[in-house]
Design a protein around this ligand. Structure first.
Ligand code: GLU
Length: 464
């Protein structure tokens, strides 16, 4: 069996976006499925658009998602000598040639072809052929190196997502592989890297379909084995347009900031472009076991925020309360939470986590336990009536001695209600107000239990 080697090869020109993260996830999971190797390669040769911040954003995003690489990160800018070496070998072997046509001449020939209704391409002036005499080399002009693309025949591959794709060589240009200053160009570097890194499966966005026949021809020319290719359809926003800033967060790292858990994002991205029967909720362990490149979706995927939120809710409910506390605490601190002497944060979050979609919502909800209650006086007048006050006084008395469990507290409240001929809301509402400052809280017995005997007594007595 072949050893599987996959790679994720982002260009560090911006944040890690959702499409990139999905590509990374699939390449990673496929390598894991076969016990293969997952390689991270940073394609940073576009000096104008690449930044160290973007490299960091990619590394951060991969780390947050837990997509660990086995080799790399390799940086293309650190491989320049290797590319130059391959260019020299190709010139030597005659699979590439020096081209002295000036940029103006190239533009003029393209113009001519466009005018004649042909696809604009290099006309082959400097392409050596048997029996052909090349023009004299112009003085003071540095040549580019062009790839000698086959003139006839076609390039064809069985795309693991899109099926067979065939392109006639006539459609393809003699690609510049090195510029006048010797720097190699994009498609050439990718081909050399995929060769050197012995990549067996290339999964990437379908914006690269046009590059693939060029890369295949280069790989053939240098004698490299061909990887299998799979081009993933892009991710659209809910409105059917290409996903962009307009749709809210598209940078993966915006999601932890908004309170999403990585396992929710991973589960969501896994299903966005792939399916396994009706399975919607699964672990990454399970995904790696299933993901063998079958059932990849051919059509563009549509991003659905509600579904991501639903998954996030699911994983928040499953999450350990201590972990939730670690995530929520900084958010709550920023909101001015007072933890000192307050209830146990993990216990509070455990009580509140059922109905929230994000850690930030959870933190917001939990705040009611960590700030001084400031009930609205009008609401107090409305709920803390003279009819209720004696019951509340008896409640306060019983609080001092009741066993401090949710069940015992609930039973005690029932007894107080019965003794005063009141109904539950008549005591629960004023209690909520004095204990938390608001009318909406989880069940009152649970709230009291978590707030603690002393704090409950202090707050109730303040109003009696
Ligand atoms: N660097 C390319 C990108 O970020 C990916 C190239 C590839 O996967 O072959 O779109």
């Amino acid at each position: 069996m072949t050893v599987v080697r996959t790679r994720f090869a982002p260009s560090p020109t911006g944040y890690l976006h959702l499409g990139g993260a999905r590509t990374a996830l699939y390449s990673w999971a496929f390598a894991r499925h076969f016990g293969g190797t997952f390689i991270l390669r940073i394609e940073d040769t576009d000096l104008e658009r690449s930044t160290p911040e973007a490299v960091q954003a990619i590394l951060d995003g991969m780390k947050w998602l837990g997509l660990d690489h086995d080799e790399g990160p390799f940086y293309q800018m650190q491989r320049m000598d290797r590319y130059r070496e391959v260019v020299a070998q190709m010139l030597e072997a005659g699979t590439a040639y020096l081209c002295y046509s000036s940029p103006e001449e190239v533009e003029a020939m393209r113009e001519r072809m466009r005018a004649a209704g042909e696809k604009p391409r290099y006309d082959g002036t400097w392409r050596p052929e048997a029996g052909k005499t090349l023009p004299p080399v112009p003085a003071d002009r540095k040549p580019v190196v062009r790839f000698k693309n086959p003139l006839d025949g076609e390039v064809s591959w069985d795309d693991v997502v899109k099926g067979t794709i065939t392109i006639g060589n006539k459609e393809l240009d003699d690609l510049v592989i090195a510029r006048p200053d010797g720097t190699p160009t994009y498609n050439f570097c990718v081909a050399v890297d995929d060769w050197d890194m012995q990549i067996t499966h290339v999964l990437r966005g379908d914006d690269h379909v046009n590059n693939t026949p060029r890369q295949i021809n280069i790989l053939r020319a240098i004698g490299a084995p061909l990887p299998l290719y799979g081009h993933l359809p892009m991710i659209l926003g809910a409105d059917g347009e290409k996903l962009s800033k307009r749709h809210g967060a598209v940078s993966v790292m915006d999601y932890p900031a908004q309170g999403y858990l990585p396992e929710a994002m991973l589960n969501y991205l896994a299903r966005l472009g792939w399916s396994h029967g009706d399975d919607e909720v699964f672990s990454m362990e399970q995904f790696c076991e299933w993901f063998n490149l079958d059932h990849l979706t051919r059509s563009a995927a549509q991003f659905n925020n509600e579904k991501l939120a639903w998954l996030n809710n699911h994983y928040i409910k499953q999450a350990d309360n201590e972990r939730l506390a670690r995530l929520a605490r900084p958010v709550m601190e920023a909101e001015g939470a007072k933890f000192e002497g307050g209830p146990d944060l993990p216990a509070v979050l455990g009580l509140m986590k059922e109905r929230v979609n994000t850690i930030n919502e959870l933190a917001d909800a939990a705040m009611l336990f960590f700030r001084d209650p400031k009930p609205d006086p009008a609401l107090m007048t409305q709920h803390l009536t003279d009819a209720v006050k004696p019951a509340l006084a008896q409640f306060a008395e019983r609080v001092a001695t009741v066993e401090w469990t949710k069940e015992a507290i609930a039973a005690m409240i029932k007894e107080v209600l019965a003794a005063h001929g009141l109904k539950m809301p008549q005591i629960a509402m004023p209690l909520r107000l004095v204990i938390t400052g608001q009318l909406q809280t989880p069940a009152i017995d649970a709230v009291l239990q978590i707030v603690g005997r002393d704090a409950v007594l202090a707050r109730v007595n303040k109003y009696l």
